[in-house]
Design a protein around this ligand. Structure first.
Ligand SMILES: [Zn+2]
Length: 395
């Protein structure tokens, strides 16, 4: 078994450096992977009528006082001033919720607008201890697919069922089949009335039951502001990876005095469903590398093709194939370094490139390719090869 850090090196995805502990330097292959993973979830959120937003990273302490983060989360936050040497009056956001709440508060909302659904690829900072940092599995700077639904209590269950569907759809696209669902209930020191807690817990449990999902209850493991559902994936060797979560929050709407006008024309308090399918995109990539041992699903592979010209007379043709694949948005590595064909093929295998294409005089003459996938080898027209790649990447 290799660690995700070793695999990242073989695939040339990213590195970290003591100059920025707990943060990632993405290389071209890794950033391609990151962006494709981002694009995939973006399209799924859009299909489910979420709108994408973007909010600041460095926000004044006043906001974190209202949100309760100064009291409950201070240890994990980074602070600074507007100018050098100035007393720290700002904090880097450890999550995007309070900023989304400010968006909500810009207008007066009617029940007709709800549920209001926003998501952000929120770049967040959390001051994890240096000893706990681990590749891209545990970081100080990472990107959340941070989604918030502002809705009435009566709408919460359907939204949670939609979240469970969405998460399953995404996990299956990556080949994950075993999903664990845990419902965490009221902890000892909790904010809010027992009545609200009971109501919220019942909603989460009914959403699981009506989605025909098996679930486990973790008594007392909820967040201080509300209960939550946590999703974890099990890999082929039984390791458990915590990923998505949905939390029902009636505390922040109270603290920020959120309202909407209900169908009787009366002001009513909405609730917020905090949710993320990946959790952290960086961590998601780390998990994917560990679980697949670098054999990434082909639709998401940042470098799905390598081309090896066997004679120098095939170089020009190989370059044309690279350009043609790029027009189809398919990255191709041209393996034109030193050594025998055998060694070149070996290098491509070591970089875990799934489609290795060999071209010589025959392929130039026929406008074709010799495709190697694992131990199998097949001769086909360039057009047939492109159709095959498009099929692979269509997930
Ligand atoms: Zn949130």
């Amino acid at each position: 078994m290799q660690t995700h850090r070793e695999i990242a090196q073989q695939l040339d995805l990213f590195h970290s450096d003591p100059i920025a502990p707990g943060m990632i330097f993405w290389h071209p292959n890794g950033w391609q992977l990151f962006q494709d993973i981002q694009a995939h979830i973006r399209s799924i959120y859009r299909q489910d009528r979420f709108q994408e937003v973007r909010t600041p990273q460095f926000l004044k302490k006043d906001l974190w006082e209202i949100s309760g983060h100064m009291a409950m989360y201070r240890e994990a936050m980074f602070f600074g001033g507007e100018a050098e040497g100035e007393e720290a009056s700002y904090a880097l956001k450890p999550m995007s919720c309070p900023a989304h709440i400010l968006l909500y508060k810009r207008g007066i909302h009617s029940y007709r607008e709800l549920p209001l659904k926003w998501f952000e690829f929120g770049l967040v900072h959390r001051n994890e201890s240096s000893g706990s940092l681990n590749g891209c599995l545990r970081l100080r700077q990472f990107t959340q697919d941070d989604a918030h639904v502002f809705c009435a209590w009566s709408q919460a269950k359907e939204e949670i069922k939609a979240f469970l569907r969405r998460a399953k759809q995404v996990y299956q696209a990556y080949g994950y089949r075993q999903l664990q669902i845990k419902v965490s209930t009221r902890p000892e020191s909790a904010l809010g009335s027992e009545q609200d807690w009971a109501r919220a817990e019942a909603i989460l449990i009914e959403a699981c039951q009506q989605s025909s999902e098996e679930y486990e209850i973790q008594v007392g493991e909820g967040a201080f502001y509300g209960p939550k559902i946590e999703l974890a994936l099990e890999d082929s060797i039984g390791r458990i990876w915590q990923c998505g979560t949905v939390q029902l929050d009636f505390n922040l709407p109270e603290r920020f005095g959120l309202e909407f006008t209900n169908s009787q024309g009366q002001p009513e308090r909405p609730i917020i469903l905090h949710q993320a399918v990946y959790g952290s995109l960086e961590r998601w990539i780390g998990i994917l590398l560990e679980v697949t041992q670098g054999k990434l699903p082909e639709w998401i592979h940042p470098m799905p093709v390598a081309i090896i010209p066997v004679e120098s007379s095939a170089d020009e043709y190989a370059r044309q194939v690279v350009a043609r694949l790029l027009r189809e948005d398919i990255n191709t590595h041209m393996e034109s370094g030193d050594g025998s064909i055998g060694r070149k093929i070996k290098r491509c295998y070591a970089a875990k490139i799934p489609n290795i294409v060999i071209v010589g005089d025959r392929e130039v003459g026929e406008n074709s390719v010799m495709l190697r996938r694992g131990k199998e080898q097949e001769h086909m027209s360039l057009e047939a090869f492109i159709a095959l790649l498009k099929h692979q990447r269509g997930h």
